[in-house]
Design a protein around this ligand. Structure first.
Ligand SMILES: [Zn+2]
Ligand SMILES: [Zn+2]
Length: 283
């Protein structure tokens, strides 16, 4: 079963048991359904370009040459705003401003492309300074609206990544930051999950993927009570990374599912003053 089909199935299973997560799971199921409506065509010659960029140490997607169905991106962004507003009516005015920002961009040639490329090029995850819009919410809407497109490229790139040891803190496909990780294998190798395109790639076991900090004094983690998860934090950049310890479980786990199930860890991290990867959560 492909990951696209597996994620909603697993979320529905969890929905039956996790009353505490009902709101979060309903929201993500609605977002997944909207994203699944979008058909994406990756150009046939793209893997060749992707491979040569990876060989040069660049992320596979070249932002300057990015050609997406911009109208479909805007349509999905509007739908995402609608879904979020339905779940949280208090945010309707902020979401209406974001939806109109997309409409405004769509009026000028290449306007949406410029908006998207600016977002994707924001590697530091500081958010987009857009007048009058909430940067975290805007990042979340953009992340959702781009997801089916970036994920389609990521799926095509996946076999190339297996051949290439990337070992960097940024995504080998889109250049985004991770917002989830897994420890696996006997020696506890670490696999990162991209907050934007769901690519997974190997990274060194220790060190902060956001700022490269390797000083053990400035790095730490908080384990959850059952030992299944760890919240890794970096005191240098105040970044955090939710991590599932797959050495502790017999079950294969889908990282995009785990990312959603661990929303409580995001709240705990925010309360402690740590930052998330751009686009990974609405607030
Ligand atoms: Zn990515
Ligand atoms: Zn750091």
């Amino acid at each position: 079963m492909g990951q696209d089909a597996e994620v909603p199935l697993r979320l529905r299973e969890e929905r039956e048991q996790r009353a505490d997560l009902a709101r979060t799971l309903d929201l993500h199921l609605a977002l997944l359904a909207a994203r699944a409506e979008v058909a994406v065509r990756v150009p046939a010659d793209w893997p060749e370009h992707a491979w040569s960029r990876l060989q040069q140490g660049e992320p596979a997607l070249c932002l300057d040459e990015l050609e997406l169905d911009w109208e479909a991106v805007v349509r999905l962004a509007r739908t995402v705003c609608h879904i979020l507003a339905r779940q949280e009516p208090a945010r309707s005015p902020a979401l209406a401003r974001i939806a109109s920002r997309f409409d405004e961009a769509a009026l000028s040639p290449k306007g949406v492309q410029a908006l998207v490329v600016r977002y994707l090029a924001d590697h530091d995850g500081g958010g987009l300074p857009e007048p009058g819009v909430d940067p975290a919410l805007f990042g979340f809407v953009l992340n959702q609206a781009l997801h089916p497109f970036l994920q389609a490229y990521a799926a095509v790139a996946a076999p190339l990544l297996e051949q290439e040891r990337w070992l960097r803190g940024r995504c080998p496909v889109c250049g985004g930051h991770p917002d989830f990780a897994a420890l696996e294998g006997e020696v506890g190798e670490r696999r990162l999950l991209c907050a934007r395109c769901d690519s997974e790639w190997a990274y060194r076991r220790l060190g902060c993927p956001f700022c490269g900090n390797e000083d053990p004094g400035g790095l730490g983690y908080f384990p959850t009570g059952d030992g299944a998860y760890r919240l890794y934090v970096c005191e240098q950049c105040k970044g955090y990374l939710k991590t599932v310890d797959l050495r502790e479980t017999w079950r294969r786990r889908s990282l995009p599912v785990e990312r959603i199930l661990t929303v409580g860890m995001d709240l705990a991290a925010a309360e402690q003053g740590y930052r998330r990867a751009t686009g990974s959560r609405p607030d």
